[in-house]
Design a binder for this molecule. Structure first.
Ligand code: DQA
Length: 147
């Protein structure tokens, strides 16, 4: 069976490319999604995408992953990383392995970005590599036996 990877993006990541480009770069979210789609196709895997500015919508999507065959989640929860116990609990509840990704290096930024409510549940965290972080996470997910 083809591996099925879900890529989740949280608040304000729909603005990538236009939003604070000195921090987040000039690549848009559709650009990132296109490159991940190509990488997944090259490995005969399936990748799907969901972005929302709403915490509850992300929780709903994580819960749905429990029954729709998702093997691995790649998540950039944006600011919800630093605030959302609800999203943490959803990821814990579905028990699907996931990697936390950030475009910027959150540890070089404000101290409120240093805390993650997700990181200790994650298989790993990639922070500061820009769009390459998503691609590294995808390669890991495709190589991984955790499904
Ligand atoms: C981010 C870092 C977060 O602190 C911030 O709130 C974001 C983006 C990143 O990708 O670098 O929205 O997750």
């Amino acid at each position: 069976m083809a591996k099925c990877i879900l890529v989740l993006n949280g608040p304000n990541l729909n603005l990538l490319g236009a939003r604070e480009p000195q921090i987040y770069g000039s690549t848009s979210l559709p650009d990132i999604e296109r490159s991940l789609t190509a990488d997944a196709a090259a490995r005969a895997a399936r990748v799907s995408f969901f972005q929302s500015n709403h915490e509850g919508a992300l929780v709903d999507r994580v819960q749905a992953a429990r029954t729709d065959g998702v093997d691995f989640i790649i998540i950039n929860a944006g600011a919800l990383t630093h605030t959302s116990i609800g999203l943490r609990d959803a990821l814990a509840a579905v028990a699907i392995p996931f990697i936390e990704v950030h475009l910027s290096n959150v540890h070089r930024r404000e101290s409120f970005r240093h805390r993650s409510y997700l990181a200790d549940l994650a298989v790993g965290v990639i922070t500061g590599l820009g769009p390459a972080g998503y691609r590294c996470a995808l390669q890991y997910a495709l190589d991984s036996d955790q499904d």
